[in-house]
Ligand binder design. Structure first.
Ligand code: MLT
Ligand code: ZN
Length: 448
C-alpha cells in the first residue's frame, strides 16, 4: 500500500538514522512514510502481528534519542500528514496533522487572527506530532505553558491497533479520561499521534525585546521572578552565559551584544498595547545587578537579539555530540545549581566542558556537556542525581528518551512507575511502540 514510500536504501534512510545531536544513531531496516491515518493503522497492524518495533519520527529535532532507531526499529516518518484543517477563527482552534511544522501552525493561526502559544528555535523543522509526544515547552512557556496546555484532543493509532479520534470543536470538555493529555509526553510509547486539535492564543500587541547583562547568576534569576510580577505582557525570559554567547559569536560572526562583559545575560521580551519598550526599560531599571542593557522594537533588530539565544544548540552541536540534561530546579535552587554545575562536571570529567543556557523564568536550565564519549554516563548520573536531590525534575521539556531512561526512578515513585507500566501494557500489549525509551531499563547499579 505504501509503495514508493517504503525506504530501505541505507543512504536514503540515513537522515532518519541519527538524532540532531549526533549522539544517538541506528540502522533502521526501513523508513515508512504513510500518507494518512489509515496507512498508519495498517503499519501498526502489521507490526503487531510480526512483533516489529516502531519509532515515530517528525522533524528529527529531538534531543534525547527518543525518535532514533538505535535498536533497529522501523521508522515511521509522519511528515506527510501535514494538513492543517478545521480552522475556527471564532473559537480560536485548528486541527494540525502530526507532520505539520510548528512554523506552519503559527502561520495558520496568524492567518486566522490568532497565535500559537508554543514556539521553539527549531520551529521550521519540529513537527506537531513530536511536540505533542514530548510535551514540548520552548520559548513562550512563561506566557502560555507547554504543549499540553494548548492541546484539546488528538487522533492516534494506539499500539493495540485501535484508532482514537477525539478532536473536539469546543474548548471546554471534561468527558472522561483525557487521552490527549495521556499521550502528550508519552514519547511514542503508547501509540502514534497522527493529528492534534490545538487551542490558539491572542496575538500579542507590539513587542519589545531586551538583552540585559547581570553581574551574577543570582541577580539574573531574581530578576526573572521580578519581571514576571512587573510585566503582565511578559513573553519570554531566556538565560545565557558569557561563554555560550562567545561560542555563538564564533560560529555566526555576530558582534558583541552588549558594551561590557556581563557574565550572565537575560533575553527579555514583553508586549503591551502601547510603548512596550518604555514598560520594559522601566521594569529593567528596577532590577538589581544590571550591568548593561540593549532594547529593540523593530523586527530585524529583535530577530538579531534572539540569534544569540537561538543559535546555542547548533553552536554546541558543532563541538561534537553533547550530553544534554534538560532539567528544572525549584526557583530558590536555580542560581546556585547553575553556578555549581561546571565544577561538579569537571571533578568527574576534567576534559569535558559545560555549557549552560535555558528558560530562566521556568526554572529550566539546559546543561550541555561536550568532550565526553557518547556512551559515558558518569556525568549524567552526577547531574541528574543532584537535580533530584534538590527537588527538581530531570526532564523539563525534551523528554526522557534514551538519554535519561536509566534515571526515571529519580523522578517517579515505584507506584507511579507501576501505573505507567500498566497503561503501557494496556495500550501497547505487544510492546511495539518505541520500546527502548522512557520505561525501558532498570536503574544502573550505583558504585558503592
Ligand atoms: C532550546 O531551548 O533552545 C531547546 O530546548 C534546544 C536545546 O536545549 O538545545
Ligand atoms: Zn529549551
Amino acid at each position: 500500500m505504501l509503495g514508493a514510500h517504503v525506504i530501505t536504501d541505507p543512504e536514503v534512510a540515513a537522515p532518519h538514522a541519527t538524532d540532531w545531536t549526533g549522539r544517538f544513531t541506528g540502522d533502521p531496516p526501513a523508513v515508512l512514510r504513510p500518507g494518512n491515518v489509515d496507512e498508519v493503522a495498517a503499519v501498526v497492524d502489521i507490526a503487531r502481528h510480526h512483533h516489529v518495533a516502531l519509532v515515530a519520527q517528525g522533524g528529527n529535532t529531538g534531543l534525547v534519542g527518543g525518535a532514533t532507531p538505535v535498536d533497529g526499529e522501523v521508522v515511521v516518518d509522519l511528515r506527510r500528514l501535514d494538513a492543517i484543517t478545521d480552522v475556527d477563527p471564532i473559537g480560536g482552534q485548528l486541527t494540525a496533522g502530526a507532520g505539520a511544522s510548528i512554523a506552519a501552525v503559527q502561520a495558520a493561526a496568524g492567518a486566522a487572527g490568532w497565535a500559537y502559544g508554543v514556539d521553539l528555535a527549531a520551529r521550521d523543522t519540529a513537527t506537531v506530532g513530536g511536540s505533542v509526544a514530548t510535551d514540548a515547552g520552548g520559548l513562550r512557556f512563561v506566557r502560555h505553558g507547554s504543549t499540553r496546555r494548548q492541546l484539546l484532543g488528538v487522533e492516534a493509532v494506539l499500539g493495540n491497533g485501535s484508532v482514537i479520534r477525539h478532536l473536539p470543536l469546543v474548548a471546554k470538555d471534561n468527558t472522561g479520561y483525557d487521552l490527549a493529555a495521556l499521550l502528550c509526553g508519552s514519547e511514542g510509547t503508547l501509540g502514534l499521534i497522527t493529528a492534534a486539535r490545538l487551542l490558539l492564543v491572542a496575538t500579542p500587541g507590539p513587542i519589545a525585546t531586551a538583552l540585559v547583562g547581570f553581574a551574577t547568576t543570582t541577580d539574573a534569576v531574581v530578576a526573572a521572578s521580578a519581571l514576571r510580577r512587573a510585566l503582565p505582557g511578559l513573553e519570554a525570559v531566556e538565560l545565557m552565559l558569557a561563554a555560550g554567547i562567545e561560542l555563538v559569536r564564533q560560529t555566526t560572526g555576530l558582534a558583541a551584544p552588549l558594551a561590557g562583559d556581563a557574565p550572565v545575560v537575560l533575553l527579555v521580551e514583553a508586549s503591551a498595547a502601547d510603548a512596550p519598550e518604555a514598560l520594559l526599560a522601566d521594569a529593567v531599571g528596577g532590577l538589581t545587578g544590571v550591568l548593561d542593557a540593549a532594547v529593540a522594537v523593530d523586527g530585524p533588530r529583535r530577530a538579531q537579539l534572539w540569534r544569540y539565544r537561538e543559535d546555542h544548540t547548533t553552536a554546541i552541536n558543532g563541538l561534537g555530540p553533547p550530553h544534554k540534561f534538560d532539567v528544572t530546579l525549584p526557583a530558590g535552587e536555580l542560581a546556585a545549581f547553575i553556578d555549581s554545575v561546571p565544577a561538579l562536571v569537571a571533578a568527574e570529567a576534567p576534559a569535558a566542558h559545560t555549557w549552560l543556557f535555558g528558560h530562566a523564568a521556568d526554572g529550566n536550565i539546559h546543561v550541555n556537556v561536550t568532550g565526553l564519549p557518547a556512551a559515558d554516563e558518569r556525568v549524567a548520573d552526577l547531574v541528574l542525581s543532584r537535580v533530584a536531590a534538590l527537588g527538581g525534575s530531570i526532564s523539563a521539556e525534551h523528554g526522557i528518551g534514551r538519554a535519561k531512561r536509566r534515571w526515571l526512578h529519580l523522578a517517579q515513585a515505584p507506584a507511579d512507575l507501576a501505573a505507567m507500566r500498566a497503561v503501557k501494557a494496556a495500550l501497547d500489549p505487544a510492546g511495539i511502540c518505541n520500546p527502548a525509551v522512557l520505561l525501558s531499563l532498570p536503574p544502573p547499579s550505583r558504585p558503592t
